[in-house]
Write a protein that binds this ligand. Structure first.
Ligand SMILES: N[C@@H](CCC(=O)N[C@@H](CS)C(=O)NCC(=O)O)C(=O)O
Length: 216
């Protein structure tokens, strides 16, 4: 039995996409960050910090997207360079770097989307976080050499990173990163990505397509 605990457009989408790439059969339990469903004792027993993803994998329960991706790749012997492979270090670097991007997005979300009173948001912090996000993406634009993050082809590192790139569009103009845009279009064409998108659900995080920088 595989059950993914998921928020539409949340980091749990990474796991959903990988499960589709691996051809797994899985159930989805849907949550919202806004309705308290992630603070129930039942959910906290699965994910102590009340976060998604959490994955029930037969008789195990795991949280943290990078760890879940890593576990799934290991169990399937797929979509990651094995220990000892020359691409392994770059792969691990990209798994972690994706959460550098993820944390910037999370802090932008807190300031721009989740505060009940928008007046509590800090324009200075928003500008700083947006600049840091732009620079984190710029570093990847310069790094991207071939079709995917690793020379050997598509891997779970692409899933980790591309999820953040998809969300960054709410805060930065992605046409500033033409290399990443081409890469992103290539990933979106993958049948497994499209199957995952069909199961993602309706997001209730963002209420507009783009959040421009505050005035001043
Ligand atoms: N580093 C964790 C972060 C998980 C995380 O923060 N997930 C968000 C959704 S993208 C969440 O569940 N937030 C709920 C909350 O902050 O209450 C991972 O990659 O799994």
């Amino acid at each position: 039995m595989i059950r993914l605990h998921h928020v539409p457009l949340g980091r749990s989408f990474r796991v959903m996409w990988l499960l589709e790439e691996l051809g797994c059969d899985y159930e989805v339990a849907y949550y919202s960050i806004r309705d308290g469903s992630m603070r129930t004792p039942d959910f906290l027993a699965l994910s102590p910090a009340g976060r998604v993803p959490a994955l029930e994998w037969h008789d195990e329960v795991l949280f943290e997207s990078a760890a879940i991706l890593q576990m799934l790749c290991e169990r399937h012997g797929a979509l990651q360079p094995e220990p000892g492979d020359p691409q392994r270090a770059r792969y691990l670097e990209m798994l972690s770097y994706s959460e550098t991007v993820g944390c910037l997005l999370e802090n932008l979300n807190l300031n721009r989307v989740f505060l009940r009173d928008p007046a509590q948001a800090s324009p200075v912090v928003i500008k700083l976080l947006t600049a840091r996000l732009r620079s984190a993406l710029g570093a990847m634009e310069a790094r991207l050499a071939g079709e995917y993050l690793l020379e050997d082809g598509f891997s779970a590192a692409d899933i980790m990173f591309a999820y953040g790139f998809e969300l960054a569009r709410y805060y930065v103009h992605l046409d500033a990163f033409p290399g990443l845009m081409t890469y992103w279009e290539r990933l979106q064409a993958r049948p497994a990505y499209q199957r995952a998108k069909a199961r993602d659900g309706v997001q209730d995080l963002y209420d507009r397509d783009f959040y421009p920088l505050p005035e001043g």
